[in-house]
Design a protein around this ligand. Structure first.
Ligand code: AMP
Length: 126
């Protein structure tokens, strides 16, 4: 078990989506992952992909998840991008973890954004 694993909150919003307690606008699902539209899109296309297991962060996921879960999650990311029609013009993957990234939901998720020129990844240092 990793240090972040102990802090997983089973009542976080994505856990509730996975249990069907609150709705989502689903894009894709497989055995190990679910993809759905972000409720507050920051680009013309903004979808979140989450593993179905209880993982807080990429390092938590890669330390504790099975190879099948990791493969299933990454396949879901790729298949979702394909289904969204993003492969020709491209897209951005982003995963926040912890306070410096301003992570809001403590269940591992990858943002897929696209549908326009997304600009540079980060603002330059002041
Ligand atoms: P992060 O800051 O990386 O933790 O991103 C969390 C994302 O979850 C934000 O982009 C939110 O808009 C999104 N979000 C929060 N609640 C929901 C929800 N119920 N359905 C879909 N997206 C959500």
């Amino acid at each position: 078990m990793t240090d972040t694993a102990v802090s997983y909150d089973p009542d976080n919003i994505f856990a509730k989506i996975l249990r069907g307690e609150i709705p989502c606008n689903k894009v894709f699902e497989n055995e190990h992952a679910l993809a759905f539209h972000d409720i507050n899109p920051q680009a013309p296309v903004h979808v979140l992909v989450i593993p179905k297991g209880e993982y807080v962060s990429p390092e938590d996921f890669t330390a504790r998840a099975s190879d099948a879960e990791i493969a299933g999650f990454m396949r879901a990311v790729g298949e979702t991008a394909r289904q969204l029609g993003l492969t020709a013009n491209g897209y951005r993957l982003l995963a926040n973890h912890g306070p410096d990234s301003r992570q809001e939901v403590a269940h591992l998720h990858v943002h897929i954004t696209g549908g326009r020129d997304l600009g540079r990844l980060l603002e330059p240092e002041a």
